[in-house]
Design a protein around this ligand. Structure first.
Ligand code: FE
Length: 320
């Protein structure tokens, strides 16, 4: 039996819940969230009861990514595969399932110690999704929630986990330079979406690089770009288009937690059954010009990474 997977939800931890609340309402134009007993908020982007969860905490980063299996039997099959490989997934209690809005939930850590939640039965809301900012809504359904890009300093280990164990296929491998930064990346698919998950090896201290929401209407991407400028939301990359076979027209800005969000449209689908891994050195066909703020942050992260490396290496002659 084939296991079908899709990105179900993302959980963010933040020290700035009030700023996230404003960002979700004003920048993303999402309707009022469900408020959970622990103070976390669950935001809708489609018919599901929630897709983006914001948890007040002591860090600003991704707390968990949720992957949804087609049904209970597929989830069991996936769990057996993980156990056979030595993983020990933990079953969530009823309270956590309710909080995540799923029928069943098991969690485990990826090789970068990121929390992965495997679930099935994403709860649907009683009312249709409606947003004045995105009147045509977002592309989700069988493709799942947009995509998430994780920072990874051990691409082979992460690829083995998400690829060989969870069953993602490699859509494209990226090897490029962005200014002074050498960047390698792997784009992974688990359905017809070009990538639901990508792994970027680049200097960064957060676990997540960005998440993407795919608007159905190109117009809504342009309107979101104008809204970002009007609201003073820091932009990272201006409007542009990823090369084929992805083809996404998008822009990137900063969330209140510092990692980026991407709003895009026109993403092309792939046929996973026929797909052969492609290699690319290009992240954009046109546009996506970096703003000064992003260039400065990349330079800062590069410097921090070099300092970390220097501290790990003993000074020359120290061991004599
Ligand atoms: Fe992206």
């Amino acid at each position: 039996m084939a296991i079908s997977l899709r990105l179900a939800y993302l959980v963010f931890e933040t020290r700035k819940p009030a700023r996230w609340d404003r960002f979700m309402r004003e920048m993303l134009g999402l309707p009022a969230p469900a408020v959970h007993p622990d103070g976390s908020t669950g935001w809708r982007v489609d018919g599901a009861c929630q897709r983006l969860v914001v948890v007040p905490g002591t860090r600003d980063d991704l707390l968990a990514l949720g992957l949804e299996c087609g049904d209970a039997a597929q989830l069991q099959q996936l769990l057996e595969r993980l156990r056979a490989a030595g993983h020990r997934p933990l079953q969530a209690d009823a309270a956590l399932c309710r909080q995540r809005g799923v029928r069943a939930l098991w969690s485990l850590h990826d090789p970068a110690q990121g929390l992965v939640e495997l679930c099935w039965g994403l709860e649907q809301a009683a009312t249709p999704f409606a947003s004045a900012a995105f009147p045509d809504g977002f592309e989700t359904g069988a493709l799942g929630l947009g995509h998430v890009v994780l920072v990874s300093h051990d691409l082979p280990a992460m690829e083995a986990f998400y690829g060989e164990l969870l069953g993602f296929g490699v859509t494209e491998r990226l090897d490029t330079r962005v200014g002074p930064v050498h960047m390698r990346g792997t784009f992974l698919h688990c359905n017809r979406r070009h990538h639901s998950l990508a792994l970027f090896d680049l200097p960064a201290s957060q676990r997540i690089h960005h998440f993407m929401l795919q608007a159905r209407a190109t117009r809504d991407v342009g309107r979101a770009f104008e809204r970002a400028e009007a609201l003073g939301v820091p932009l990272a990359l201006e409007l542009g288009q990823h090369p084929d076979p992805d083809g996404t027209f998008s822009f990137y800005g900063d969330t209140p937690s510092g990692f980026a969000f991407e709003i895009g449209a026109q993403t092309r689908e792939i046929d996973p059954a026929q797909w052969r891994t492609m290699h690319t050195q290009q992240t954009s066909a046109w546009g996506h010009r970096p703003r000064l703020r992003l260039k400065l942050r990349m330079a800062g992260e590069l410097l921090k990474a070099r300092l970390r490396r220097t501290r790990r290496q003993p000074a020359r002659g120290a061991a004599l």
